[in-house]
Write a new protein. Structure first.
Length: 317
């Protein structure tokens, strides 16, 4: 099956009160773990590539890895998405290079400059059959090339969303309601909380319009513990509680981004093998365990958080 856009995925997700998992990919093992889990659970899937991943793995290699995954899992719809495109040039490169969805992140710019940049990307993307995600509001945290200090973050202003969507023509909108990038989302001892009042107001102003949550990894303490017990240093790593993500998925959120959880799972597997037997040096041995942990994480998210298990068939019709 060829790559698809997220249009039908989001339509079904909004109507069904669930969300599509958007999982970041960086190498073969991560691609395999994600797609094997989705294939076995008959779940629709968005594979995300950041600018950092393209620099690390090379655009062509990543495209061929995704192509192989499609051959191995022919019965699930897969959308290939650019995560946090910083400018028109990278969005154009991904559109020309076979992506079916791109994000243009103009959230750090003024409202008018964000609109102008997003509109330019939308016009080019739509001319090539590609969908576009925009962003209003700025998330704190560090993940790949996204680095925003807490004091520079800002919640999405609901009163701006209608004008932004109308003037840009974006197909989905990422909003800031308290999630953040990276593995250290909250200070120890504080209670994580998302601004569901903002999400509810945005949904009222944009009825039926797909909303996206970035920085939504839950930072599984199971894998943090494995890393800590095998020589790692991840004290006080805290993520988004999964019950909050379930609630968001039942509202207007159709796409939930997950990256740090995959990194933690892969790292936990590698550290565990090498720590328990320092004589190991075959990457197939330690990456195999890391890949399985990635698969386990994705399967858990699909079944217990996103609610999209078994939804591939209804999207494909």
């Amino acid at each position: 099956m060829p790559l698809v856009t997220s249009t039908e995925m989001f339509k079904k997700a909004y109507e069904g009160g669930y969300a599509i998992g958007a999982f970041n990919v960086n190498n073969m093992e991560i691609v395999q773990g994600i797609t094997e889990a989705a294939g076995e659970l008959n779940a629709p899937l968005i594979l995300q590539v950041s600018a950092g991943a393209r620099k690390y793995a090379n655009h062509t290699y990543l495209m061929k890895l995704v192509e192989a995954a499609l051959i191995e899992n022919p019965n699930i719809p897969v959308c290939l998405h650019l995560d946090h495109g910083a400018d028109f040039e990278i969005c154009k490169s991904c559109i020309d290079g076979g992506f079916t969805s791109v994000m243009i992140d103009g959230s750090s710019k003024s409202f008018e400059d964000n609109i102008a940049l997003s509109r330019k990307v939308v016009e080019y993307a739509h001319d090539h059959g590609v969908v576009v995600e925009g962003e209003l509001g700025t998330l704190a945290g560090v993940e790949d090339e996204v680095k925003v200090k807490a004091e520079d973050s800002s919640y999405t202003r609901p009163e701006e969303v209608e004008e932004f969507v109308s003037r840009t023509g974006v197909d989905s909108l990422a909003i800031a309601i308290g999630t953040s990038h990276g593995a250290y989302k909250f200070k120890p001892g504080t209670k994580p909380q998302l601004r569901f009042d903002i999400l509810e107001e945005v949904a009222k102003r944009l009825p039926g319009f797909p909303i996206v949550l970035h920085g939504a990894s839950s930072v599984s303490q199971e894998y943090v513990k494995i890393i800590q017990e095998h020589g790692g240093g991840l004290k006080d790593a805290i993520g988004i509680p999964e019950d909050m993500l379930r609630q968001a998925a039942k509202m207007a959120v159709c796409k939930i981004n997950i990256d740090s959880d995959l990194r933690l799972a892969l790292t936990a597997g590698v550290r565990q093998v090498l720590f328990e037997d320092p004589s190991k040096f075959d990457p197939r041995e330690y990456l195999k365990v890391g890949r399985q942990y990635v698969k386990d994480v994705v399967a858990h998210k699909i079944k217990d958080v996103l609610g999209c298990e078994g939804k591939a068939s209804e999207i494909l019709g």
